[in-house]
Ligand binder design. Structure first.
Ligand SMILES: [Fe+2]
Length: 506
């Protein structure tokens, strides 16, 4: 140990120094006064101090206080020739570690040092325990923080995955409100669309409420307030219960706080997500705000991507439709063939009880069923007479060419099957794959009848158009051979309903 002795009696000081050195403590510095002692303290650090109770310039107890102020953990041994009980108690209260009565023996000094060493060990153990407890607390805190971060990241991942899986805009808004309602303790969530140049918002999807409720259908009372909500501040706007009447024409019966989250595409608001909080006075926590913010940004991006994709696809369909028009315009006899086939097919499909998705598929792909004819030479397509066997073989390639043209378009398998299989026959003698009966996809079977009927009732360069009755008779003749019987029956109904020349315009 490095020891400081503060003793004005030189002889005693030297005696103590000698004792300490004998006990193996070589590093000893002796001072004669309190002032000298404080200078020594400022110059270097000590492991222990022996202080005389009476010093020429100060009281030993005062020096003890000064030392403890500077280094609270330093063991200080007070020395006195006449230690009274009061003094001893006071010294102990002020943090003295031990008392050494003068004159002292080597053994007294040894015992004191033993006690101090033990005290130091205890103190060190205490400090190390305290550090351990503190480290444990810090670790616990870090663990809690980590668990909370992992949980938040998991929820973010879940939101991200759910939104990435959405394929159509019809599914998007219901999914957004569903995700929002699972994020925090909200009772209801509604997504309102903000039509351009309109001061009102229209409810599109909700969770925890009925679509018939008037407040769900529209937000409209104050256009300025609606604009403020769409501006949205940093991320969202909180609406207190007493303010609700300012934004709803027919306010919901609630004392809840609302949080309103504008959704934007390139800075332009297109909708508002409104969450009704369960607890009316509750502001959002930082984590909830982050999660909501992420959901809004991710959904807005998904809406933008979907709108872009749908517009691209719609443009592409537009181009294909133009190609079909151009193709049909070349032939005086086949003008608007695809349009009529689509119309007949949809009518028949309605009678046959097809779903709205199937009708939509017919609407999309019916028009494109002959798109593959783009790949057939004009001289064959517009030949003013019957085709040779060789030419007919070339024409028969158009379903496969059409299927390959639309293969990258994102059409559903059912839609593509209309293009590929509309020349298959119920008895298996058709092309390109020779499918028969129910192997032929349903919508292709319908288009096949509509296609044949329109071909029969259309004029050709080499023959007159057949009458409706003759064409119907022909369909019935091929019922169960070229065509599915039930579809022929439904089609005959369509023809009857549409009249002799129906909606046809040639
Ligand atoms: Fe065809």
């Amino acid at each position: 140990m490095k020891i400081l002795i503060v003793e004005d009696d030189t002889m005693l000081g030297e005696l103590l120094q000698e004792c300490l050195q004998r006990l193996g403590h070589e590093r000893v510095r002796a001072c004669l006064s309190g002032r000298e002692a404080m200078i020594a303290f400022n110059e270097e650090a000590f492991d222990c101090a022996f202080v005389d109770l009476r010093l020429p310039d100060t009281d030993g107890l005062q020096l003890l206080t000064a030392i403890k102020d500077q280094d609270h953990g330093l063991p200080v041994v007070m020395m006195s020739g006449f230690p009274t009980m009061d003094y001893t108690i006071m010294a102990m209260r002020q943090g003295a570690s031990d008392f050494l009565t003068k004159p002292f023996t080597l053994q007294d000094v040894a015992l004191t040092l033993q006690r101090i060493t033990k005290e130091r060990q205890l103190l060190e153990q205490n400090i190390s325990l305290r550090l351990e407890v503190q480290a444990r607390k810090e670790l616990e805190h870090v663990n809690q923080k980590l668990a909370s971060t992992v949980s938040e990241q998991t929820r973010l991942f879940h939101i991200s995955r759910e939104i990435d899986e959405i394929r159509s805009s019809e599914d998007l808004y219901p999914r957004i409100v569903q995700l929002a309602s699972s994020l925090q303790s909200v009772e209801k969530v509604v997504f309102y669309l903000a039509p351009r140049d309109s001061g009102s918002l229209v409810g599109m999807a909700g969770c925890g409420c009925l679509p018939e409720e008037p407040w769900f259908q529209k937000i409209a009372v104050n256009e300025d307030r609606v604009r403020q909500l769409l501006a949205g501040g940093e991320t969202h706007v909180l609406v207190a219960p007493e303010e609700i009447r300012q934004i709803f024409e027919n306010p919901p019966p609630t004392d809840q706080t609302l949080s309103c989250w504008p959704m934007r595409i390139r800075g332009e608001p297109f909708g508002l997500l409104v969450a009704f909080h369960r607890n009316c006075s509750r502001a959002l926590s930082a984590e909830e705000t982050r999660l909501f913010d992420f959901l809004i940004k991710k959904s807005s991006l998904a809406v933008e991507n979907m709108a872009l994709y749908e517009s691209l696809i719609s443009n592409f369909y537009g181009i294909l439709r133009s190609l079909v028009n151009a193709l049909e315009a070349k032939d005086l006899y086949t003008g608007k063939h695809s349009e009529r086939v689509t119309l007949y097919a949809i009518r028949a499909a309605e009678i046959l009880g097809c779903s709205s998705a199937q009708l939509e598929s017919l609407r999309t792909a019916g028009y494109l069923h002959d798109i593959g004819k783009i790949g057939i030479q004009d001289r064959i397509l517009t030949k003013p007479g019957p085709l040779t066997a060789e030419e007919y073989e070339i024409v028969k390639k158009h379903p496969v060419i059409g299927d390959s043209i639309v293969s990258e378009l994102g059409l559903s398998p059912e839609e593509r099957s209309i293009i590929r299989h509309h020349h298959e026959r119920w008895d298996g003698a058709g092309y390109p794959d020779g499918l028969s009966s129910t192997q032929i996809p349903m919508l292709a079977r319908i288009v096949s009848v509509a296609d044949a009927f329109d071909a029969m009732t259309s004029k050709r360069a080499y023959r007159q158009a057949m009458s409706t009755d003759e064409s119907v008779a022909e369909l019935l003749k091929n019922r169960g051979r070229q065509f599915e019987p039930d579809i022929v029956d439904a089609f005959v109904d369509v023809v009857k309903k549409m009249g002799r020349d129906g909606d046809k315009s040639k």
